[in-house]
Design a protein around this ligand. Sequence first.
Ligand SMILES: C[S@@+](CC[C@H](N)C(=O)[O-])C[C@H]1O[C@@H](n2cnc3c(N)ncnc32)[C@H](O)[C@@H]1O
Length: 368
Amino acid sequence: MSDPFEVFLMAPPGFETVLADEVREKGFADPKTVPGGVTMQGDWPDVWRANLQLRGAGRVLARFAEFRTMHLAQLDKRSRKLDWASILRKDVPVRVEATCRKSRIYHAKAAQQRVERAITEELGAPLASDAALTVRVRIEDDMCTLSLDTSGEPLHKRGHKAAVGKAPMRESMAAMFLRQCGYTGTEPVLDPMCGSGTFVIEAAEIAAGLYPGRTRRFAFEDLANFDRVAWDAMKAGNTLVQPANRFYGSDRDAGAIQSCIANADRAGVAEWTEFTHAAVSDLQRPEGPPGLVIVNPPYGTRIGNKKLLYAIYGAFGQTMKERFSGWRVGMITTEAGLAKTTGLPFTSGPPIPHGGLKVRLFQTPRLR
Ligand SMILES: C[S@@+](CC[C@H](N)C(=O)[O-])C[C@H]1O[C@@H](n2cnc3c(N)ncnc32)[C@H](O)[C@@H]1O
């Protein structure tokens, strides 16, 4: 196959080291954290596997070329010399995006046009503004890096969630929060305000060892170097583990529970999940060993008002203290004041941007 090249794994800001942990754990070579993600050296099968198996990455970019460029004529010449046919197909539309920073070439649109021309005139592939395949051109300090977005749709779209609630958590973020809580798939997980069921389904998939990308399509499937037989073999290597625990979700919104049931079914985890229509104050402790409660209650300006919010957090804290001894709690919210209202012994993590706000993970040790 090809020589190794740099692969960039996008992470939500603040999750770089958590993603690097996952990358290492899944057997990729020597990941390095950089702002906004993780880099590693890899080949095309590594790119496919990263898309298929990594839960925390937002996208996988293959950095297939890098050269110095001082002016547009040089960019034009160097772009034309690239072996486009080894990567792109003549019959698959592509779009080009460019950014310039601290460089002699400062006109991003002009840079984009040079690369577009190289692709259309040297290879003959069509351009389309809505193409699923994107070539990214980044010129920084006069260094031009060309990358292919090999994911297409962002990776948090696992491909089996039809129904979403009011303020759903992205699956990639949910997976990273679960990891930050020390969840490895070997304990029960419960989300008492589960919305569309993201945490519960993600936790069940992790326990069952299911690859997050098992049912979706990726942009790399349209590249010239794609090998369908090798890809199918890679996907077939996903052996299911029978989870030893159950995964519970509840919400006071009956519609949300309907969505959860449908989503869990589509994800193939219905057998291990239980969804109940209940307010957090009526929540009962499940039978069996204690595990992890993970929740992102309503917060901030997104839904609800402050007074109601304090009541919800108070009720949540009360239920945990009364009925969940031995369980750990991970709660994602915007304000330390709201976390404090629960009366739970929380320590807080770093701020993470989410939906235009900054959220934090508040964690407890096992409750007494
Ligand atoms: C921010 S959303 C959770 C989103 C969820 N993590 C997801 O990914 O879809 C908050 C949820 O809390 C639920 N909720 C609010 N107050 C509640 C209460 N007192 N008891 C149970 N659920 C409640 C809402 O119905 C809503 O679905």
